[in-house]
Ligand binder design. Structure first.
Ligand SMILES: *Cc1c(COP(=O)(O)O)cnc(C)c1O
Length: 367
């Protein structure tokens, strides 16, 4: 058996045509010289708003910045609680803590997305917002979450970092709350060649506020009116993202094809991700669940297959949050002991994914 390594991700630009287009796009920025908030940033924002289906988009330097700017725009601060799933990249909780608020952790349903019932039970007089995270590239049950928010007068900020172009009942991730936040860091499905992010919204006043907060809360180039940071999107990254946008449909189709293949081969051996008839999953990660996860991981690694556990810790279990973490995460704590992400990026070949599936089945004894 071939032991050639199968990488979880490969960030090299191997498509020669794409590589030349990226170089040309960067060269164009170098020549026009509008390095800061240049025309490519504006074009990127226009294209994103149009594609996602919202009135406005504000390009920012990262998904993390998008979340922090969203918290500032909604005036979340000291003592305010924001309910979010216990499982996410720690950037979700940090966005709330950075502005002085308190993340409150809700439990997960079996599909690894937040369990709306537990959100409802955590609403307190201090709650100001709900931050659903569309985990693995699949949209949460937004109907229930928006209903809870409306009932209690709470804002919804979607952490759609992993879910650009994912949809639920024909509505795209990022269109359900007051603000939708995306990351385009180099590991995401729609990836820059560095760090990038974007926020989307419909309300013109909120849009103006986010523009102001993107650069130190400064208006009319000189007057600082609110506390913020430098969160501007680089023109070069916007230019690269415009190049990548052209190939995004094909890239997501490839990931979905890998997922479909794995689902068919592995569905009886491990718990595979689901996709309901109303859902469109973009598979930022292809995450399986197994009650022998650690042994399976070792077996795959011994066969040259790079896999990832996203994540081994829940946010309330990090030393930063564990001393006074608030919420409930019993189900989540059980679920994360079983999660394992298989290589399913657009660059893996049919032979490679076959090797991955064969190795999983050899381990589970379902061959
Ligand atoms: C990637 C990610 C972030 C952070 O985005 P950056 O662009 O890396 O700052 C936040 N939340 C989730 C769920 C993510 O996957």
């Amino acid at each position: 058996m071939s032991k050639e390594k199968i990488p979880f991700l490969d960030l090299r630009v191997t498509d020669e045509e794409e590589r030349l287009e990226l170089l040309e796009a960067v060269d164009k920025v170098l020549r026009h010289g509008r390095i800061v908030l240049g025309p490519e940033v504006e074009e990127f924002e226009r294209r994103i708003a149009e594609r996602v289906g919202r009135r406005f988009a504000v390009g920012v330097n990262s998904g993390s910045d998008a979340l922090v700017v969203a918290m500032r725009a909604l005036k979340i601060g000291r003592g305010d609680e924001v309910i979010m799933p216990a499982l996410s990249f720690v950037a979700s909780a940090n966005a709330v803590a950075i502005v002085g608020g308190k993340p409150v952790f809700a439990d997960l349903a079996a599909d690894l997305n937040v369990d709306a019932d537990t959100i409802a039970s955590l609403v307190s007089p201090a709650t100001k917002a709900i931050m659903p995270v569309h985990w693995t590239g699949r949209v949460c049950n937004m109907e229930r979450i928006v209903a809870i928010a409306d009932r209690h007068g709470l804002a919804v900020v979607e952490d759609a970092s992993q879910a650009f172009d994912a949809s639920w009942r024909g509505r795209k991730a990022g269109t359900f709350g007051a603000i939708g936040c995306f990351s385009m860091n180099s590991m995401k499905v729609f990836a820059s060649i560095g760090e990038a992010g974007v926020m989307v919204m419909d309300d013109p006043a909120l849009y103006e506020k986010c523009l102001e907060l993107r650069y130190h809360g400064v208006v009319n180039k000189e007057y600082a009116v609110s506390l913020s940071q430098n969160a501007r999107l680089h023109t070069i990254q916007a230019a690269a993202l415009l190049v990548r946008l052209k190939r995004l449909d094909a890239l997501i189709a490839k990931r979905r094809e890998h997922a479909d293949y794995y689902n068919k081969r592995l569905g009886n051996a491990v718990t595979v991700p689901t996709e309901g008839p109303d859902e469109y999953h973009v598979y930022y990660t292809y995450t399986i669940q197994s009650d022998r996860r650690d042994a399976l991981k070792m077996h795959l690694e011994a066969n040259g297959i790079e896999v990832k556990i996203q994540h081994p810790l829940l946010m309330p279990q990090h030393p930063l949050y564990s001393p006074d973490a608030k919420g409930m995460w019993q189900n989540a704590d059980r679920l994360i002991k079983g999660v394992l992400c298989l290589p399913a990026n657009e660059k893996i070949t049919a032979q490679q994914r076959e090797r991955v599936a064969d190795a999983v089945l050899a381990f589970t004894g379902n061959v």
